[in-house]
Design a binder for this molecule. Structure first.
Ligand SMILES: *[C@@H]1O[C@H](CO)[C@@H](O)[C@H](O)[C@H]1NC(C)=O
Ligand SMILES: *[C@@H]1O[C@H](CO)[C@@H](O)[C@H](O)[C@H]1NC(C)=O
Ligand SMILES: *[C@@H]1O[C@H](CO)[C@@H](O)[C@H](O)[C@H]1NC(C)=O
Ligand SMILES: *[C@@H]1O[C@H](CO)[C@@H](O)[C@H](O)[C@H]1NC(C)=O
Ligand SMILES: *[C@@H]1O[C@H](CO)[C@@H](O)[C@H](O)[C@H]1NC(C)=O
Ligand SMILES: *[C@@H]1O[C@H](CO)[C@@H](O)[C@H](O)[C@H]1NC(C)=O
Ligand SMILES: *[C@@H]1O[C@H](CO)[C@@H](O)[C@H](O)[C@H]1NC(C)=O
Ligand SMILES: *[C@@H]1O[C@H](CO)[C@@H](O)[C@H](O)[C@H]1NC(C)=O
Length: 788
């Protein structure tokens, strides 16, 4: 432990010693604040190393070419035009690169861009301005709190922390300011560690004087405004601006007039304005080079009607004659704004065209609206006459021609091909009729209610100022020298094209590997863009996003190559020239199996089932038949006479029994031998009976055979031997009905064969012994075999 600690202590000691040795190395001055852009010098005491040094400024080695004079104990660094906001300067030993000392240099700037104005507390009272306001700019990013002092002619007027503005409220009282002497302003910024004075700014009082707003008076003449105003400081020249605009909508342009007023002059201008319009007017003034005054209070006026301006621009729209031959005529005109002051009366007269002279009192209609009126006319040609009275005096009169419903030989204009141009403009052109025309009237509407109309000499017209995405109906009517023709209409011209219709996915029929997607479109706006194509985007959660495009006539698409039992999302995008619209997303899940397969399966399954069933039925029927045919009911069994020997030589009389194993022959025995006088009627086939009989006719040789009980094959053979010789009934023990010797025998093939052979022998022998024999047949064992 101690041997390790010792060198450490030694090293520590040495370094302390070294530190003390170097204490004479240092950089001065410490923590300088200098004005941005100024010069400074920094000294490095090098006495502790006595060698060469280098400087690092913000960890960058200072270029050696900078003045860096060295005497034996000091190095000097001169920094010129220093602009860094904050910098760390370090003195390093050139040999060891160790830091000998360091300092931080920070810069500050002085306030600049000083602007001052002289102004008034009360904006309506002339005299000496009371307020003096200055503001300035100052770059400052130090956290130190800065106090600003404004010095006006060496007198402090503000001492505010942080804010870059200062207002003196009683400058006129101080006597520091007179309107004849220049005002000198300096701004001083002061913190605890530095102080910076701005350059002195000189202001001529009248150059910074903000006048009080002029007093405005506006008089209305019919077609112009007389604007007059009185300004302050009339002994000096000033410049004024008159601002006026028509109040129609917020977007109406503002007009500004510049007026220079010489000494002792007040303002007076005429401005030409439109009839029957509201106007807003205001004025402001400024001395030469001085700031503008505030705008004067705004005046609003309504101009009157200039009678010479009135131009009715009368037009009409006709409907087709009704059943009673009456046509509706929508008469409309412009030229008299509804805002006009004064009283107006509008009277419409319908003068039959052929009856201009008769003087008969014509139908007169008084219109309440100042722009339109609906009247009824019959099928005949008419002239519609509009008379306007202003303040009970005739103001203006105009007429328009309504052709007869039929029979007038006017040719209409032909072919109105219309093209819709970009920027919401409709260009209409047509072919002139054969008769000479003086012009054409074009009227257009987007709602059949509000009409616009315009006259032209040419065979084309550009309709502008239209509403966006609206269907316009345009009618061109030729104007003949004295009459007006029938109009030709072009319907449903879109002013501009909107987005395509909305797409909605209707149904998705998903199979295992495909899906059928159907969609529909819903009208979104009047002028929706014609859909050029549909793109179907679909993807599963993991899978890639897929898409394909079908043409715009399709309303459905088939998605192929999907994976079974996967959730997919699908949406459809309609593309038109004007834009696109997208349906919302629709989720669907593919089936696990092909539904067609299951259909096939179920169909074929049912067919198979039906087949199987019918087969089964057949079999059953067949079996039933077979059973009915082949299986004799022991109940019907009866005694039969054994046939004579000559009759049946070497054949078993019961060959009809097909089952060779059920060798009933073995069981044939003669009743006679057993002293049974007559066969029991309808019985004797059952086990009980058999056992009864067995009991009755026990043959000791068989019964005692121990193997019989175990079903050993050997025993029955023995028994069989008995068959011909002793005609002994087969014997089985009462305990073991089911496994009789016979049954056991029937399992083997060879015994059966033997049996049949022996069977043949039996009758022969019997025949030999007894000529007519009564035979009793029992089948109970046979039935048991079947049941097995
Ligand atoms: C080296 O220069 C510094 C600064 O000019 C001065 O104070 C110092 O006395 C000078 N040392 C010698 C040895 O001349
Ligand atoms: C700044 O002004 C406040 C009072 O407004 C004064 O208390 C504070 O000492 C001033 N600070 C400096 C650095 O002059
Ligand atoms: C007054 O100040 C203006 C600048 O605002 C200067 O041009 C002018 O020479 C100054 N006049 C006097 C008398 O100092
Ligand atoms: C009026 O003066 C302003 C600036 O003083 C100028 O911008 C504007 O163009 C002038 N207007 C006219 C109509 O001379
Ligand atoms: C109406 O305006 C015309 C020019 O548009 C003008 O010459 C005429 O003097 C004005 N009429 C009146 C009554 O102001
Ligand atoms: C309209 O007709 C005039 C005269 O024929 C022609 O100069 C002008 O180009 C035409 N304008 C359009 C848009 O067709
Ligand atoms: C669908 O129509 C747009 C617009 O005309 C076209 O740019 C795009 O190529 C079309 N897409 C296909 C796959 O044809
Ligand atoms: C549409 O599919 C094509 C490939 O068929 C692919 O290049 C394109 O990026 C897909 N577009 C989008 C929007 O997924």
């Amino acid at each position: 432990m101690y041997p390790i600690l010792f060198p450490c202590v030694l090293v520590l000691f040495i370094s302390i010693c070294k530190g003390q040795q170097r204490s004479s190395c240092n950089v001065v001055p410490k923590d300088q604040y200098i004005e941005v852009g100024s010069n400074t010098t920094v000294f490095c005491q090098t006495s502790c190393i006595g060698g060469r040094i280098f400087w690092m400024l913000n960890n960058v080695r200072v270029n050696e070419s900078l003045p860096n004079t060295v005497n034996s104990s000091h190095a000097v660094l001169s920094l010129r035009n220093f602009t860094l906001h904050s910098a760390t300067l370090q003195c390093h030993s050139a040999d060891t690169e160790q830091i000998l000392g360091g300092t931080i240099i920070k810069t500050y700037s002085k306030p600049s861009q000083i602007r001052c104005i002289l102004h008034y507390v009360n904006q309506s009272k002339e005299g000496m301005p009371q307020l003096f306001t200055c503001n300035w700019e100052h770059q400052n990013n130090s956290p130190l709190m800065i106090n600003y002092t404004v010095l006006v002619s060496q007198r402090e007027i503000c001492n505010n922390a942080r804010v870059h503005t200062c207002t003196s409220r009683d400058i006129h009282l101080s006597g520091d300011i007179s309107l004849t002497r220049n005002i000198s302003v300096t701004v001083r910024a002061k913190t605890t560690v530095w102080e910076a004075n701005s350059d002195p700014y000189e202001f001529h009082p009248y150059r910074i004087l903000k006048m009080i707003p002029p007093k405005l008076n506006v008089t209305v003449a019919s077609d112009h405004l007389l604007i007059e105003w009185r300004r302050s400081l009339s002994r000096r020249r000033c410049h004024c601006q008159v601002k006026y605009n028509q109040i129609v909508s917020s977007s109406t342009p503002e007009f500004v007039l510049n007026e220079t007023l010489s000494r002792e002059k007040n303002g007076k201008v005429f401005v030409k304005v439109e009839s029957c319009s509201h106007y807003k007017v205001s004025v402001r003034c400024a001395l030469d080079g001085a700031p503008w005054s505030d705008w004067s209070q705004e005046r609003t006026v309504l101009t009157g009607l200039n009678k010479t301006d009135v131009e009715l621009n009368l037009w009409r729209k006709l409907t087709k004659p009704g059943t009673n031959g009456v046509r509706k005529v929508h008469v409309m005109w412009t030229g008299i704004p509804s805002t006009c002051p004064g009283t107006f009366r509008y009277i419409i007269k319908q003068i039959p065209y052929n009856d201009t002279v008769s003087g008969v009192s014509f139908a007169e209609t008084f219109c309440s609206d100042s722009r339109r009126c609906d009247i009824d006319v019959n099928r005949d040609a008419h002239r519609i006459n509009l008379t306007v009275f202003f303040n009970e005096a005739l103001l203006v009169e105009d007429s328009v021609y309504v052709p007869a419903a039929a029979g007038e030989s006017f040719s209409e204009v032909t072919e109105i091909p219309s093209s819709q141009a970009i920027g919401g403009v409709i260009v209409v052109s047509w072919k002139a009729p054969v008769q000479p025309v003086r012009g054409y009237m074009i009227d257009w509407t987007h709602n059949g209610n509000q009409y616009y109309w315009m006259e032209t000499e040419y065979t084309n017209m550009t309709l502008s100022g239209l509403l966006e995405k609206k269907k316009y109906s345009v009618t061109v009517t030729p104007l003949f020298p004295d009459r007006t023709g029938h109009g030709s209409e072009a319907l449903h011209i879109c002013s501009s094209v909107g987005d395509p219709d909305n797409v909605t996915i209707g149904a998705v029929h998903a199979s295992d590997k495909s899906a059928d997607v159907k969609w529909s479109t819903k009208l979104q706006e009047e002028c929706s863009g014609a859909i050029i194509n549909y793109t179907i985007f679909y993807s599963s959660q993991e899978g890639p996003s897929l898409n394909f495009t079908v043409d715009g006539k399709q309303r459905g698409a088939f998605l192929k190559d999907l994976r079974p039992d996967v959730q997919y999302s699908v949406y459809v995008r309609a593309t038109a020239l004007s834009g696109t619209s997208e349906s919302s997303e629709r989720l669907f899940k593919t089936k696990k199996f092909d539904p067609r397969l299951s259909t096939v399966l179920s169909v074929s399954g049912s067919i198979i089932i039906i087949l199987v069933l019918s087969l089964g039925l057949c079999c059953t029927i067949q079996w039933k038949r077979f059973k009915e045919k082949l299986v004799p009911n022991p109940g019907h069994s009866s005694l039969a006479l054994w046939p004579s020997a000559g009759h049946q030589k070497g054949t078993c009389p019961f060959q009809a029994f097909s089952d060779p194993s059920a060798s009933f022959c073995d069981r044939v025995y003669t009743e006679e031998m057993q002293i049974m006088p007559s066969p029991p009627s309808g019985t004797g086939c059952h086990d009980d009976r058999a056992s009864e009989q067995t009991e009755e006719h026990t043959d000791p040789a068989t019964v005692l055979a121990p193997d019989a009980q175990n079903g050993g094959p050997a025993e029955p053979v023995k028994t069989q031997h008995l068959c011909p010789e002793e005609s002994t009934e087969l014997l089985s023990s009462t305990e073991d009905n089911t496994s009789s010797a016979y049954r056991s025998q029937s399992t083997g093939e060879s015994p059966a064969l033997r049996t049949s052979k022996q069977c043949k022998l039996v009758p022969l022998k019997q025949e030999d012994k007894l000529a007519p024999v009564t035979v009793y047949v029992t089948l109970e064992m046979y039935e048991q075999d079947q049941g097995r």
